[in-house]
Design a binder for this molecule. Structure first.
Ligand SMILES: Nc1nc2c(ncn2[C@@H]2O[C@H](COP(=O)(O)OP(=O)(O)OP(=O)(O)O)[C@@H](O)[C@H]2O)c(=O)[nH]1
Ligand SMILES: [Mg+2]
Length: 204
């Protein structure tokens, strides 16, 4: 069971991407489980994804990286025993720090037979200047980007080539080691590259 995180700030396009990828991945032979963590009362994203006939386990509550860490582990344990998917895609809340989630998963990887896949962090090209402009937000968004193995510059259909380039430079400055992919879930840009990264990247 390979664990993949699709992270990024609120509204960066995580769920849209996961639903789109989930459809393609589920049409292949392997089973894909999706874990969505919602802050609010109503697990809207869980419902959205359920409509596409994929496995959803909404772990609700606060942030999976801290308060409900126990639940994340229990969820992974029951998935690995009962559902046995090849891939688990985790969408943490937009406020989560991806390495906190990885820190929860890593210690039990051997026992639960988990492979750690890439952390893919979305950077919204429509809003990146705002996000990186406010000091408090900047700290969170930069931390998210630093934890990325892959940075997806999201919504490139909605910005100019110049804006996209600026976002790419900002991403490369914060995390020069990450693979950067231009993404438009709406138009289809970058989806194949992201699928490839999900299959091929394994974190030791
Ligand atoms: N232009 C454009 N908009 C997009 C794209 N993908 C998502 N969006 C829009 O961005 C908004 C947020 O998308 P979501 O997929 O809900 O983002 P999210 O990161 O899951 O949001 P939260 O779970 O609330 O943090 C929605 O209005 C989407 O329609 C894209 O490829 N291009
Ligand atoms: Mg979402």
């Amino acid at each position: 069971m390979k664990i993949i995180q699709i992270a990024g700030y609120l509204g960066s396009g995580k769920t849209s991407l996961i639903v789109t990828l989930g459809r393609s991945l589920a049409s292949e032979t392997n089973k894909v489980a999706i874990l969505v963590n919602e802050v609010g009362e109503v697990p809207v994203d869980g419902k959205v994804i359920e409509e596409f006939g994929l496995t959803v386990k909404d772990i609700g509550g606060g942030c999976i990286c801290c308060q409900v860490a126990g639940n994340l582990l229990l969820t992974l344990k029951s998935l690995s025993q009962k559902v046995k998917p090849d891939m688990v895609i985790i969408e943490p809340t937009g406020m989560a720090v991806p390495n906190s989630v990885r820190d929860v998963v890593k210690p039990v990887a051997g026992k639960l037979n988990l492979t750690i896949g890439p952390t893919i962090v979305l950077l919204d090209t429509l809003r990146f200047e705002k996000l990186l402009g406010y000091e408090t937000l900047k700290r969170l968004v930069s931390t998210q980007l630093k934890d990325a193995d892959v940075i997806a510059l999201s919504k490139v259909d909605a910005v100019s080539e110049e804006q996209r380039k600026k976002a790419q430079d900002a991403a490369a400055e914060i995390n020069p080691g990450a693979k950067v992919i231009g993404l438009s879930t709406f138009r289809g840009d970058g989806l194949d590259e992201i699928m490839l990264a999900m299959r091929e990247i394994t974190i030791p």
